[in-house]
Design a protein around this ligand. Structure first.
Ligand code: FAD
Length: 473
């Protein structure tokens, strides 16, 4: 009886996929297709799942029929932009993947400083299109990351202090909901949906188009790195914390702890690297600030140079190739006192090549000025955001290196403030989904997101994300 039922179900799915093929500009890739293994792969090599089919959209017109097929068959649906989600939310075992990764168009309206982006565009696609006009949208730091997932969760990078998160410069989005409604969301149209899209991930629908405000970008940013050996970390972190007090917003620092790739000949010990980008046409004030840091915490090695924006934005790409394995944890904090520094330095000295790293993003500036209630992003007042990340190749290292991220997170937890950045979270097993979402967003934002979810996706069609589980599901 049950075998027959499964057989009928499979037959229905086959027929639905066959019909879908006829409705698409793109393609349906099933397990027997030679492209299947390539099509099912996402950035995180630890996510090794086998969807029933990957549907590569050939245009935004393909979104509706895929949603209809998911509703009709009941197959779980994952939506994919750039495929960089660490938790593996852009694929699904036995379900349908709506892969928007071929829709990468970017249009720049120079006069109005608006940039309209298709849902499969990468950061590099946007930077390439805007830089020629001397403009930029604040995005992340690795150029192959997808704009869609990055923006729907947050978007932290080298312009966070002068411009805010990617989602802070989102002006509007076109959304196709679970019921197939086509909605325009902005501060004026469907404002509550617009609020939820900015931080709530893909919980409410498929975004078919993003429009961003672009900002003036200098011809070259003043980019640099100060490198410190472990014996200097405590004093350099203390000096860094002082240096960041009242730091002009055009200066955007990120502190990293990394063992550098062997081809750089920088040894096998971890380095603390204070990276910085001064995003202003006039480099002189930036040079003076850099000199202040140099005097307070002389680096063991350094590099500082005016750098074209797309070059700076892709400078770290080689460290994070697609197929790397990764498990990430994050938290926000503000204290960089002796206690916090002791803990940080303790676990940072355990980062390895090829394996793990730690970034501390200095926030504040434009990011911190956005009122807490303005978007669903969780926590605006913390000074720093800590990301503990992994990028290794050997499956035998999965447990050990994931355990490192968990341990570092647990050690820093006493210093943590509210919220979790969903885009820096790995896959958790055994964690209650609702509790995880509550912890990430905090109870007030969670309740507001839940009300939106109940309204726009009561059956939880869009569940492959940091899921807000609707009340009726
Ligand atoms: C190497 C690397 C570097 C990173 N660097 C940064 C960084 O500098 N700053 C930063 O903030 N983050 C960074 N991230 C994290 C990144 O923001 C997230 O991984 C983000 O989810 C990636 O977006 P994506 O479109 O590539 O992901 P995907 O895996 O394609 O999608 C992510 C999520 O968004 C949903 N989604 C995707 N497209 C749509 C759509 N059109 N409509 C609705 N839902 C959609 C998916 O269903 C999924 O839940 C980095 C990640 C990696 C792996």
């Amino acid at each position: 009886m049950s075998t027959k039922h499964q057989g009928e179900q499979a037959g229905d799915e086959d027929r639905a996929l066959q019909e879908l093929r006829g409705q698409l500009a793109g393609s349906v890739i099933e397990p027997q297709d030679p492209l299947y293994d390539e099509a099912r792969a996402v950035w995180n090599g630890m996510i090794d799942v086998h969807p029933r089919a990957v549907i590569r959209a050939g245009g935004v017109g393909d979104i509706d029929p895929v949603l209809q097929t998911a509703r009709r068959t009941g197959l779980p649906l994952a939506v994919r932009g750039g495929g960089h989600n660490i938790a593996g939310h852009s694929t699904v075992e036995g379900g349908l993947v709506l892969d928007l990764g071929q829709l990468r168009g970017v249009e720049v309206d120079v006069e109005n400083r608006l940039v309209t982006v298709e849902p499969g565009a990468t950061l590099a696609d946007v930077d390439r299109a805007t830089t020629t006009h001397g403009l930029a949208v604040p995005l992340g730091v690795i150029s192959a990351t997808g704009v869609a997932g990055l923006t729907l969760g947050g978007g932290v990078g080298w312009l966070t202090r002068p411009n805010g998160l990617s989602l802070d410069d989102l002006v509007s989005a076109d959304v196709i909901t679970a019921a197939g409604e086509h909605l325009h969301a902005s501060e004026q149209d469907n404002p509550e949906l617009f609020w939820g899209l900015r931080g709530g991930g893909g919980n409410f629908g498929v975004v078919s188009s993003f429009t961003f405000r672009a900002r003036q970008l200098p011809a070259a940013v003043l980019g640099g790195n100060f490198f410190y050996r472990p014996s200097r970390w405590k004093s350099a972190l203390g000096a860094f914390d002082k240096w960041t007090q009242g730091l002009p917003e055009a200066m955007n620092p990120i502190v990293s702890f990394l063992v550098l790739p062997p081809d750089l000949d920088m040894g096998e010990e971890p380095w603390m690297i204070i990276g910085f980008a001064w995003a202003s046409e006039n480099h002189q004030p930036g040079l003076e600030l850099i000199e202040q840091l140099r005097a307070a915490a002389p680096p063991d090695e350094e590099e500082v140079a005016p750098t074209a924006w797309p070059v700076w934005q892709s400078a770290m790409d080689d460290l994070f190739p697609r197929g790397s394995r990764g498990y990430w944890k994050n938290l926000s904090f503000s204290r960089m006192d002796d206690d916090a520094v002791d803990v940080l330095v303790g676990f940072a000295s355990e980062v390895t090549w090829l394996g793990t790293g730690i970034d501390i993003h200095h926030m504040e500036g434009a990011f911190g000025r956005v009122p807490e209630e303005a978007t669903a992003f969780p926590h605006r007042s913390a000074k720093f955001w800590l990301n503990i990340y992994g990028f290794w190749n050997d499956p035998a290292e999965d447990d050990r290196l994931s355990a490192f991220a968990r341990k570092a997170y647990t050690l820093m937890r006493p210093f943590a403030e509210d919220g979790q950045y969903v885009n820096f979270l790995g896959a958790e097993t055994g964690q209650d989904i609702t509790e995880a979402a509550r912890e990430a967003y905090g109870p007030d934002k969670y309740d507001r997101l839940l009300a939106l979810k109940n309204r726009f996706d009561p059956q939880n069609l869009f569940r492959l994300n940091h899921n807000i589980v609707p009340t009726s599901a």
